[in-house]
Ligand binder design. Structure first.
Ligand SMILES: Cc1cc2nc3c(=O)[nH]c(=O)nc-3n(C[C@H](O)[C@H](O)[C@H](O)COP(=O)(O)OP(=O)(O)OC[C@H]3O[C@@H](n4cnc5c(N)ncnc54)[C@H](O)[C@@H]3O)c2cc1C
Length: 538
């Protein structure tokens, strides 16, 4: 967009109103004639369901106007209340420019990991002419899907090809939620690349964009193809296992314990579950520190109940997506409990990646049409909880509770579950009832008290009735709690300087695993910022 635009927010229309009515709203708010509008574009659509009798879509619109200078002048005469209410502003043109290198690339950058951070670093570097090499410990998507499917049927876990490891990274089997609280003009580039790779256009305007695991898989494959077309390369089943460092600088890496590849630029987009790689980096004296993250349980309700609670009589409206929520219970004497990674019409995922350790997460398809909706119920844990000041102590802490959950689930990667009613009464569950748990390969009804530290269990116990006042039915006695959610974000941070490099020069930790980002979009953005830095300083 290289013209000045006008932006109007908070245009509220009933879900039943034809969106063409937006134009009339623009005309009336700006006090202009219809002919003056060249074009307008919805850039955000949120759902306002506070009043269950009248649910509205709330739009933010960018408008291209014939004589913008006149309109700017007129803005001064508009009612200041209206200007404030609709946050009317003039947008300066912004185009994301990719700088291309004219320098001969002698050592091409190596990117470790093909998650969102690695893929977007590679994409931008490839577009700039760098021909990057991506190495990925897991398999390509089609073969990875086979391993994840086998695991969900039989409990046979492939330690290198699972929900955490393989093409597309941790988010491939996710809800594909693409919202972030970050504002940055580069987000437009990320969304445009997603759309070019097959994501639906609505991600640019939906207030809660999500593409589901089904569309995400297409996007990941297409971005891979694009990187290859631009001269990049990707090697699957290729794990970074060692580093060679000279004069405090990286000069080569070892993959799969044998092959050496030289490089001066090593980008680590390894995610938060590459515990063996973290250990190797620690042994190589890369500076890192333990950090706060969150742990808890997944809660699963019927989608119909959540829709009824959020949308009232409109709960079956085809105009509305499966309802979501974001809740927090502040507890005076306990730690606060908040919901995270809510997956409307989705399923609870078996996100395990280590032997005898069990981890939950959530995902959904684009249609969000499953019987249950789920979210994580999380509580913050800080380095003081880990029982050691070692930078890797958070990993050992996670491992301990993941093992407790594995044992409580019966030792075959079934998840331990408890009915909310039993959990609140501190009673062991023996059966599940009306809500059928979606976790695969299955669940074991039990008592979750031993699966997490007391302060987390007690906080969740106190929070459930409070959350029930926000969503009627949230603490439904037959709702399912599944343990344990331990990998909400990285348990450590790899220290980096203002040029994104570690104490060993030429090494760039990025994305969720670096501890500097979290989620698909912010990890992708972190990758882009790092790639820009490399391009500028090459
Ligand atoms: C089930 C699930 C659902 C989720 N849902 C959402 C969601 O809806 N929205 C959202 O924003 N976030 C979601 N997340 C979180 C999101 O997936 C992560 O924040 C994001 O993927 C982080 O991106 P990344 O590139 O930093 O790391 P990752 O995506 O974790 O990618 C790291 C990659 O590095 C590879 N790797 C690791 N070590 C090595 C090594 N030594 N050598 C070679 N390769 C290596 C791994 O195999 C992996 O492919 C979800 C996560 C999970 C598990």
């Amino acid at each position: 967009m290289n013209k000045k635009l006008i932006q109007i927010a908070e245009i509220s229309l009933s879900i039943k109103t034809n969106p063409s009515e937006i134009k009339n709203k623009i005309i009336s708010i700006l006090n202009i004639n219809s002919e003056e509008i060249i074009n307008y574009q919805i850039i955000k659509r949120a759902i306002d369901s506070r009043n269950k009798k009248r649910i509205n879509f709330v739009y933010t619109i960018n408008i291209e106007i014939k004589n913008i200078q006149n309109v700017i002048k007129n803005l001064e005469t508009l009612d200041p209340y209206l200007v404030r209410k609709h946050r009317i502003k003039i947008l300066e043109p912004s185009i994301y420019q990719i700088k291309k290198t004219s320098t001969k690339i002698t050592h091409r950058p190596i990117i470790v990991g093909s998650g969102p951070s690695g893929l977007f670093t590679a994409l931008l570097l490839a577009q700039a002419g760098f021909k990057p090499l991506i190495i990925e410990r897991g398999k390509d998507l089609d073969n990875r899907i086979k391993d994840v499917t086998l695991f969900s049927k039989t409990g046979e876990l492939n330690l290198e090809s699972n929900v955490q490891f393989g093409e597309g990274g941790a988010g491939t089997f996710s809800d594909g939620k693409l919202y972030t609280l970050i504002t940055n003009h580069r987000l437009k580039y990320i969304f445009e690349e997603f759309i070019k790779a097959g994501a639906p256009k609505e991600i640019t305007w939906d207030a809660k964009p999500h593409i589901g695991t089904d569309k995400l898989k297409i996007v990941v494959k297409n971005i891979r193809q694009k990187i290859i077309k631009l001269g990049g390369e990707i090697l699957f089943n290729t794990k970074l296992t060692d580093l060679k460092i000279k004069n405090n600088k990286i000069y080569s890496i070892i993959v799969n314990d044998k092959k050496e590849i030289s490089t001066e630029y090593l980008i680590l987009g390894i995610g938060h579950s590459a515990r063996d790689t973290y250990q190797m980096l620690f042994d190589k004296n890369i500076k890192m520190e333990a950090k706060t993250f969150s742990m808890g349980l997944r809660i699963e309700h019927s989608t119909k109940m959540i829709n009824q609670s959020q949308y009232g009589k409109f709960y079956e409206s085809p105009l509305l997506p499966a309802a979501s929520y974001k809740l927090v219970a502040h507890l005076p004497q306990n730690r606060s409990v908040y919901t995270f990674c809510m997956c409307p019409g989705g399923q609870v995922m078996n996100a395990s990646s280590e032997k005898e350790r069990l981890v939950t997460n959530g995902m959904s398809r684009y249609a969000q049409d499953q019987e249950n909706s789920n979210s994580a119920l999380l509580v913050n844990v800080t380095p003081e909880d880990f029982g050691s000041s070692h930078p890797l102590a958070g990993i050992e802490f996670q491992r301990h509770w993941e093992n407790q959950a594995f044992v409580a689930g019966g030792g075959d990667y079934k998840a331990p579950v408890q009915l909310v009613g039993d959990f609140l009464r501190e009673r062991t569950s023996v059966v599940v009832k009306k809500i059928k748990p979606s976790f695969k390969p299955g669940v074991t009804p039990t008592n979750l008290d031993n699966c997490l530290p007391d302060y987390i269990i007690n906080s969740i116990r106190k929070a459930l009735p409070i959350l029930n006042t926000k969503i009627n039915g949230f603490s439904d006695p037959e709702a399912i709690l599944t343990g344990v959610e331990t990998r909400s974000s990285s348990p450590l941070r790899i220290l980096r300087d203002e040029n994104f490099q570690t104490n060993i020069k030429g090494i760039y930790p990025i994305g969720e695993g670096s501890g500097h980002a979290g989620g698909i979009v912010s990890s992708a953005l972190d990758g882009i910022l790092t790639a820009e830095n490399i391009i500028e300083n090459y």
